[in-house]
Write a protein that binds this ligand. Structure first.
Ligand code: ZN
Ligand code: ZN
Length: 574
C-alpha cells in the first residue's frame, strides 16, 4: 500500500480520497493541519490539540475513517502521550479499522514514538502478513530505541526491502557508532542495485556521516563521486553533509571547495558546518573571517555558530577575541549562552594559563557545571601544572561520571605527583572495586580503501610481525635524529592509555607504522584516534613527518593535528 510508505517520512503526507465522506474529509484535514502545526512552534494562542479536534468530530457524530487515525496517531510522540494513544487504539477497534494496514503501521510508529517497543512488537506480530511499511516501522522502532541487533535480524528476515528499509538500517548503525558496519551494509545495498533499490539523498547523508565519524577520507571521496555519478542534486542539506564529512576526514580544503560551490543560498547549518570545521583544524582567523562574511550575507548567527566561533578562538589561542564574541552573543543577538558556550570560555582561559579567569567563569555560570566544563578546567590546569585545580576538577568529574576511567587514572597520577601515595592507591582500589576499566586507546587508518583498527599494544593484525619490525625501524631512525622517549611526563601530562604500557606501543604509532609499510613514499597518512594524543606521540609524529617526508593528519578526540616537515598545525597547543 503506497500511502503508508509516507508515514515513515512524515514530511510529505498525502490524502487518498477513495472512501471518506465529505464531513470526515474536512475533519481529517483539520486534524492533519493541527498535527503539522504542533510540530512547529505555536504561532497562535488559540491552538487546539489534534486530540481535542478528534473529540469534537465525535461530538458532532462524524464517523472517523481509515485516514483519521494515522493523522491523529502522529500527534502522540512522547511517553506521556502513551495513555491517550492506547485510548485511540481502543477507538480503532470500535470502528473496525484495526486490520487496515495504513492504521497498523501508524500504530507501530505511535508506540515506538511513545517509547513502548513491547506494544509495537506485539502489534507487528499480530499482523498475519505484514506489508513493507509495517516491516520498516518495526525496524525503525528497534533502531530508535537502540536495539540494533534485533533490527538487523528483522531486516535480514523481511521478504522485500526498499530504500527506506536500507536507509533506516544504515542510520541505525551510525546512531549506535557502528560506522564500519554501516559502510559494509551500504556496499551490500549497492550490490542489490540491480533491483529498483537506489540510494536517495537521505541514504547518502547517512553514508557521509559514517565516513566522517570514521575519518575515512577515501570512502568519503568515493561517496561524493557516487553522488555526482548518479546525478543526485547536491542541495544545501547534502552539501552540509559533504562539508562536515570532509572536515572530519581531515580534508579542510575539500570542505571549503564544497562550501564555495554551494551557491548563494547557504543556510545557517552550512555556515556552521564550515566554521566548526575550520575551528577543529585550528584555522581560527579564517573561521572568524567567515563569521564576518556570513553577517554581510545577512544570515543571522545562532547558538551553534557561536559555539564554532568560540571553538576557533580556543584552538587558535585567541583569548580577547573569544571574550568579545562571548559578550556579543547576548548583547547583540539576544542569545543566552548555553553550558557548552561556558565550557568553551573555561577552555579558552584554561589553555591560555589564566586559571583564575577560568574559575571566574565556572563561578559565574547560571547553571551547574557539567562534565564538559570540569573537563575543560582539567585540561587547562593540566597544561599549566596547577595540581590543586586538577584535583578539584577530577573529583567533580568522578562525582558526575562514576564510570569515567581516565578521570580515576589521572587523579591517581595527580596524587602520585604530589607524593600522596596513599590517596593514589585509594583511587586505584576504588576504580577496581567499582569494576571500572580503562577505555583502550584505538586508532583507525585507511589504507587501500580498507579501514584498519589498532588498539594499544595490538597484536591481532595479520601483518603484526612486519608492523612491529617497521615500528622498530621508525623508532631507531627517530633516535638517530635526536628523539628521546618522553617518559618524564608519563605521570601527569598523559596518560589515558596507562603508563604501564610502553609509550612506543600507543595505537597511533602502530597505525603509522602500518601506513608507512603499506603506502608509497610521499602518500599522506590520515589517522583517527579515540583519545587525546599524548605528548610523546605528538613529538614522535612531528619527527616522522620530517624524517620520512610524510604529511600526517591526526584527528584525536578534541581536534586535528596536521604534521608537516617537523611542525604541527596546533603549534603544540592542544
Ligand atoms: Zn601516545
Ligand atoms: Zn598537534
Amino acid at each position: 500500500m503506497q500511502a503508508s510508505t509516507k508515514l515513515i517520512s512524515p514530511t510529505h503526507p498525502t490524502l487518498n480520497l477513495s472512501h471518506p465522506t465529505i464531513e470526515s474529509f474536512i475533519w481529517n484535514t483539520l486534524i492533519r493541519a493541527h498535527v503539522q502545526a504542533k510540530a512547529r512552534p505555536p504561532t497562535t494562542p488559540f491552538f487546539n490539540s489534534p486530540l481535542s479536534i478528534f473529540l469534537r468530530m465525535r461530538f458532532h457524530s462524524v464517523q472517523p475513517d481509515f485516514h483519521t487515525f494515522p493523522f491523529l496517531l502522529q500527534s502522540f510522540t512522547s511517553p506521556s502521550s502513551l495513555h491517550s494513544g492506547l485510548k485511540i487504539h481502543a477507538q480503532i477497534f470500535k470502528f473496525g479499522l484495526a486490520c487496515d494496514p495504513f492504521v497498523q503501521t501508524s500504530l507501530i510508529n505511535m508506540f515506538s514514538s511513545c517509547g513502548n517497543l513491547g506494544f509495537a512488537q506485539q502489534l507487528f506480530d499480530e499482523i498475519p502478513q505484514p506489508d513493507l511499511p509495517s516491516w520498516n516501522s518495526i525496524i525503525n522502532a528497534n533502531v530508535k530505541l537502540g536495539f540494533i541487533n534485533v533490527a538487523r535480524n528483522l531486516f535480514d528476515e523481511m521478504p522485500k526491502r526498499n530504500v527506506i528499509s536500507w536507509s533506516c538500517m544504515l542510520s541505525g548503525y551510525v546512531r549506535c557508532g557502528e560506522c564500519k558496519e554501516a559502510l559494509t551494509l551500504f556496499r551490500e545495498m549497492q550490490r542489490m542495485e540491480v533491483s529498483d533499490v537506489r540510494p536517495n539523498q537521505f541514504t547518502m547523508s547517512v553514508v557521509l556521516s559514517a565516513c566522517g565519524r570514521l575519518g575515512a577520507l577515501e570512502h568519503g571521496k568515493w561517496a561524493h563521486a557516487y553522488i555526482d555519478k548518479c546525478g543526485m542534486k547536491v542541495d544545501v542539506v547534502l552539501g552540509t553533509c559533504l562539508i562536515d564529512m570532509y572536515a572530519k576526514c581531515g580534508s579542510i580544503d575539500r570542505a571549503r571547495w564544497v562550501f564555495d560551490n554551494l551557491g548563494p543560498n547557504k543556510d545557517v547549518m552550512a555556515w556552521s558546518a564550515m566554521m566548526s570545521g575550520l575551528a577543529m583544524h585550528g584555522h581560527g582567523q579564517e573561521c572568524l573571517d567567515l563569521f564576518s562574511k556570513m553577517m554581510n550575507y545577512g544570515v543571522r548567527p545562532n547558538g551553534v555558530i557561536f559555539l564554532g566561533v568560540l571553538c576557533a578562538c580556543v584552538h587558535g589561542g585567541l583569548v580577547s577575541e573569544g571574550n568579545d564574541y562571548f559578550n556579543m552573543m547576548d548583547k547583540e543577538f539576544g542569545i543566552s549562552p548555553l553550558i557548552q558556550h561556558y565550557g568553551c570560555m573555561v577552555d579558552l582561559y584554561g589553555r591560555a594559563g589564566l586559571i583564575d579567569k577560568a574559575w571566574d567563569v565556572v563561578k559565574s555560570m547560571p547553571m551547574e557545571p557539567d562534565v564538559i566544563v570540569w573537563g575543560a578546567l582539567l585540561s587547562g590546569s593540566r597544561m599549566c601544572g596547577d595540581i590543586e585545580t586538577c584535583e578539584v576538577a577530577l573529583k567533580k568529574l568522578i562525582e558526575l561520571e562514576p564510570t569515567n576511567s581516565s578521570a580515576y587514572v589521572l587523579l591517581s597520577n595527580v596524587y602520585a605527583k604530589m607524593g600522596r601515595w596513599k590517596d593514589a592507591r585509594n583511587v586505584r582500589s576504588l576504580m577496581e572495586a567499582n569494576g571500572i576499566r580503562k577505555v583502550p586507546g584505538c586508532s583507525l587508518v585507511e589504507v587501500g580503501g580498507v579501514i584498519h583498527e589498532f588498539f594499544v599494544g595490538d597484536e591481532s593484525h595479520p601483518d603484526t610481525r612486519e608492523i612491529y619490525l617497521m615500528l622498530d625501524e621508525i623508532m631507531n631512525r627517530l633516535k638517530i635524529n635526536g628523539y628521546v622517549t618522553n617518559t618524564k611526563e608519563v605521570l601527569l601530562d598523559l596518560d589515558e592509555e596507562g603508563k604501564e604500557l610502553a609509550l612506543s606501543l600507543h595505537s597511533e604509532k602502530l597505525a603509522i607504522a602500518f601506513a608507512i609499510l603499506k603506502t608509497n613514499i610521499g602518500t599522506p597518512i590520515h589517522i583517527v584516534k579515540n583519545l587525546r594524543t599524548c605528548s610523546d606521540c605528538h613529538v614522535a609524529m612531528k619527527m616522522i613527518s620530517k624524517v620520512f617526508g610524510r604529511e600526517i593528519v591526526v584527528r584525536d578526540c578534541s581536534r586535528f593535528h596536521h604534521f608537516i616537515d617537523g611542525v604541527c598545525s596546533c603549534k603544540d597547543y592542544w
